[in-house]
Design a protein around this ligand. Sequence first.
Ligand SMILES: [Zn+2]
Length: 115
Amino acid sequence: MSEIEIVAFKCKKCGRVHYPYHDRCLDCKSRDFEEIAPKGDAKLLAYTQIFNLPWGFDERFLIIGVAEFENNVKAMGQIKADTIDQLKTGMKLKAGWEPIRVVAGEKVYGLKYEL
Ligand SMILES: [Zn+2]
């Protein structure tokens, strides 16, 4: 499994984690950030199912969700589930960095969550 190539930004003043990057901390307006990577398991916060996928996906539909890692990084990713009925907010997911689609013959990697 590949390393998760996500860089999140932790405010050095108040500790709030931003992903993606914000110019200023959303809480304290500081511009001083430390770069951190997501760590540990992720807790599912929200999820949805999308149809009408962009070009490059073979699937008929995708389930995507936002999950929060143990060090407070929140990130959206694809969820490996057959149906949305298997999911529940608050459940633990394993995160991986895997090919999610093919564009011009190249694999594009992204975040995938596994039950
Ligand atoms: Zn802050």
